[in-house]
Design a protein around this ligand. Structure first.
Ligand code: G1P
Length: 289
């Protein structure tokens, strides 16, 4: 079964990024030369997905505009003979079909996913959280789709985190079945320190089955009074096998100020045009510290 749709929830307020995110969606903050969300969309496109569903809220229209045509800008660029730039701007709108649904109340990640029910329909789909950037040779989403091809069961991406950070994540307990792959036994959203026997943290990549929607509809508010995707996944893991996958690559929490700075450096060092000069500059900076 080929997965064709990806959901990106972008309705969150971005409080960790205030004041920068007061009037600009945090997903539109720039990493080197494009907004954070464009990296996520490019990862999805590179993984062969055909349609993206954005879950938005008030104040997020800049994201939709970024992936739409801008005839005025394109005409001005053409008239100024800036053809390369014009093509680059056009290419963003040609990347993939994008539809949006509105999350009318901020009731949590699980609720955001539930709002896509009618648009996703009756097929497995992927979810990518807009804050989590992964730099990797094979796109993280593609790595997960490869595992799904084999198991035909839900998959969550995980990474090991320090014991004193487990309370910031959804944590899985599982049985390792081979290199990088665990069968999930239990999942807990942001467990209190010392209450779980694992440091395997869910990062923002999921492959879900449509039956998650019924489970989400019946999920009561959990951590932080919100409807948590992790709680619905825990219920799903009781019904069918579920796998956790330690992806290959480096993940950045671009919704957090220090994670964002680290992401800028990592992506700048891989930029086809800017990398050499930037590396030289970083060495000069490091020598002066
Ligand atoms: C969400 C999920 C959490 C996951 C995290 C990864 O939390 O609820 O399970 O570990 O994303 O970034 P949030 O960071 O939105 O609070």
């Amino acid at each position: 079964m080929k997965i064709k749709k990806a959901v990106i929830p972008v309705a969150g307020l971005g409080t960790r990024f205030l004041p920068a995110s007061k009037a600009i969606p945090k997903e539109m903050l720039t990493i080197v030369d494009r907004p954070t969300i464009q990296y996520i969309v490019e990862e999805i496109v590179a993984s062969g997905i055909e349609e993206i569903i954005l879950v938005t809220s008030e104040g997020k229209s800049a994201i939709e505009n970024h992936f739409d045509y801008n005839f005025e800008l394109e005409t001005i660029l053409k008239n100024k003979n800036k053809h390369e730039l014009c093509e680059e701007v056009c290419n963003i709108s040609n990347l993939i079909d994008i539809v949006s649904v509105r999350q009318k109340k901020p009731l949590g990640l699980g609720h955001a996913i539930l709002t896509t029910r009618n648009v996703v329909g009756d097929n497995p789909f992927v979810v990518l959280l807009g804050d989590d950037l992964v730099q990797s040779d094979v796109p993280c989403c593609q790595q997960m789709l490869d595992l799904f091809d084999e198991f035909q069961q839900p998959v969550v991406a995980i990474q090991q985190v320090a014991d004193n950070q487990t309370h910031q994540y959804g944590i899985i307990e599982g049985e390792k079945i081979r290199d990088r792959v665990y069968e999930v036994k239990r999942m807990v959203e942001k467990p209190a320190p010392g209450t779980v026997d694992s440091n395997l943290a869910i990062i923002g990549r999921y492959i879900l089955m449509p039956e998650i929607f019924d489970l989400l509809a019946n999920t009561t508010p959990g951590h932080g009074g919100e409807i948590q995707l992790t709680d619905a996944l825990q219920a799903l893991s009781k019904r069918r096998p579920m796998y956790a996958y330690e992806f290959e690559g480096t993940r950045f929490d671009a919704g957090d100020k220090i994670g964002y700075l680290k992401a800028i450096i990592a992506f700048a060092l891989r930029h086809p045009v800017l990398a050499d000069e930037f590396r030289k500059h970083l060495k000069e900076v490091a020598a002066g510290i």
